[in-house]
Design a protein around this ligand. Sequence first.
Ligand SMILES: [Zn+2]
Ligand SMILES: [Zn+2]
Length: 129
Amino acid sequence: MNNRNKQQERKTLQQRQQILEKIRHEHAQQQTSYREQALKMFPWVCARCTREFNTKNVRELTVHHKDHNHDNNPGDGSNWELLCIYCHDEEHSREIQQQCELEQAEGISKPTLAHSPFAALKSKLNQRS
Ligand SMILES: [Zn+2]
Ligand SMILES: [Zn+2]
């Protein structure tokens, strides 16, 4: 690889980081706006454990997306569910577990790699090069 290529590579890396930065920023903005909307719309109660919240502990109440698509934010709140941080964690760890089981059943990834998606990715990358 010559110097010119190296420079170009560095430039695209920088650009990529800038884009990532931008996405992260937009995501943070989005998160606050739909969270505020959801908190205005729904009673401050966890939909799973029915724990009630007030202004002192409302930061432990999070917005969960029923279809797990964070970009799907209909104005009527039909894709949102208020969950406390514990139930929210629970909800997503179950989702990941299901995903693993599904992949195993379909034979997408070998059982030994099921809990390490990056290991699978790495072996794929190694195969290519
Ligand atoms: Zn809860
Ligand atoms: Zn969620």
